[in-house]
Design a protein around this ligand. Structure first.
Ligand SMILES: Cc1cc2nc3c(=O)[nH]c(=O)nc-3n(C[C@H](O)[C@H](O)[C@H](O)COP(=O)(O)O)c2cc1C
Length: 330
């Protein structure tokens, strides 16, 4: 399948693995890229720019295919040294950067000068248009279903994607709720040039996370995610667990007076305990509604090959077939 996204990033299949905190290590990115998609290392999971440089080098040892780095700009009191991370990305020879969280304008000149393609993750049409206007090469349009931060507009992809298609000139991929060949064909039908997946890639053999995390994803249904931190306007979709229920109780009790300090125990520094140690009640961790569609733990290659053959089958048989029957009946 050839789309503007496969052409832009030099990849075989129009499938991207979105940056994921404590999941997007070299093993994850290399497995996706080796399977013909675009794997992405999560920049800020690496504690220093030097660590990121090592992670990029490790990934390069595992694949000769293109892979990217995610740079997330989230509200924080002590911002990381972004210029140093950008330098590690450029010196590491990375050709694709996925930005997210805030306007990436401050880092764009350095990335563009180095010939790096930038795909910015947006949860609204207005942010997508802004990304286009400041010179991003593509956007990842992240609907309300998504794992992680869906923004505050609550527009699901069935509306958001065609809206984006109506307004954008640069290529975009769908993100949020994507799992299989049906997701890919639907995304293409709504005007996207490919799709980005987060949660689905965690339940793969190569994902470098504890087996408990994969088992929790397989066991969960589409009813098991919750939105937390809405009162802080930093909404995050997470998998329900004991810590999340406690957090939601605090939100209910404190209402508009809720502060980040009130929920710090449930959200700060919990990722290593969940993803590495498998302590599934340690805190709130991002997870999409798409868990309802995830029932197995394939390799990344099995997953991507299955998506591509299912997509082809839907296009050639189900869609073409529907058209042929209409014609025959007429
Ligand atoms: C465990 C987890 C951690 C994530 N961490 C980040 C992150 O650090 N930066 C980022 O831009 N997006 C992050 N995301 C969002 C994903 O890149 C992607 O946009 C999202 O998962 C898409 O929705 P889906 O889970 O329905 O596929 C994370 C998602 C998950 C599930």
């Amino acid at each position: 399948m050839k789309t503007r996204i496969t052409e832009l990033f030099g990849i075989e299949h129009p499938i991207i693995q979105g940056g994921m905190h404590y999941v997007g290590f070299a093993e994850m990115a290399a497995a996706v890229s080796n399977a013909g998609g675009l794997g992405i290392i999560t920049g800020l999971t690496q504690k220093t720019a030097g660590d990121l440089a090592n992670e990029i080098a490790r990934c390069r040892d595992m694949t000769d295919k293109p892979f990217g780095v995610n740079l997330t700009f989230l509200p924080t009191l002590n911002p990381p040294d972004y210029p140093a991370y950008v330098k590690a990305i450029i010196e590491g020879g990375i050709k694709v950067v996925e930005t997210a969280g805030r306007n990436p304008e401050p880092v764009l000149p350095a990335l563009k000068d180095a010939g790096i393609r930038v795909i910015h993750k947006c949860t609204s049409v207005r942010h997508s248009l802004k990304a286009q206007s400041i010179g991003c090469d593509a956007v990842s349009v992240d609907g309300f279903e998504c794992g992680g931060h869906p923004g505050e507009d609550d527009v699901p992809n069935m509306i958001l994607l065609p809206r984006a298609a109506d307004e954008l000139e640069i290529p975009f991929v769908s993100s949020g709720g994507m799992a299989d060949g049906r997701s890919l064909v639907a995304s293409l039908a709504m005007g996207a040039d490919g799709m980005n997946m987060g949660t689905r890639f965690i339940a793969t053999k190569e994902a470098p996370v504890h087996d408990n995390v994969k088992a929790a994803i397989v066991a969960a249904s589409e009813l098991d995610t919750r939105l937390v931190m809405r009162p802080l306007r930093n909404t995050e979709r997470v998998l329900s667990n004991a810590a999340v229920e406690r957090l939601l109780e605090k939100e209910k009790e404190l209402g508009a007076s809720l502060k980040f300090e009130d929920i710090i125990e449930e959200v700060a520094g919990v990722y290593p305990r969940i993803m590495t140690e498998g302590d599934m009640d340690a805190g709130a961790w991002s997870c999409g509604m798409v868990v309802g569609l995830i029932n197995d733990i394939p390799t990344c290659k099995e997953l991507i090959d299955r998506i591509m053959s299912e997509a082809e089958q839907i296009i050639r048989q189900r869609l073409e077939g529907a058209l042929a029957e209409t014609v025959a009946a007429a």
